[in-house]
Design a protein. Structure first.
Length: 82
């Protein structure tokens, strides 16, 4: 078999698995704050302290996955009838 014939089913399988992941769990942890919703800071003595809310996820700790964003965009285009 040629490498292209081997790669096509593998890519299709990976795409299907990612689509199922986005359907089952459309939100993932925020990469900036690690899912906490805020950045951990330290005081002068070294004790952990809660920082400001994360600007990327607005303090929720969750962000929409890329596949979910694409799905939302396609659904919005379909609804608007463009």
């Amino acid at each position: 078999m040629t490498p292209a014939l081997t790669a096509i089913p593998a890519l299709a399988f990976i795409t299907l698995c990612y689509g199922l992941l986005c359907a089952a769990s459309p939100f993932g942890d925020c990469r900036r704050c690690g899912g906490l919703g805020f950045k951990l800071r330290q005081t002068r003595s070294g004790k952990p302290k809660r920082g400001k809310d994360c600007r990327r996820c607005h303090g929720h700790g969750k962000r929409a996955r890329f596949g979910r964003l694409l799905f939302n965009y396609a659904a919005r285009l379909y609804r608007e009838g463009r």
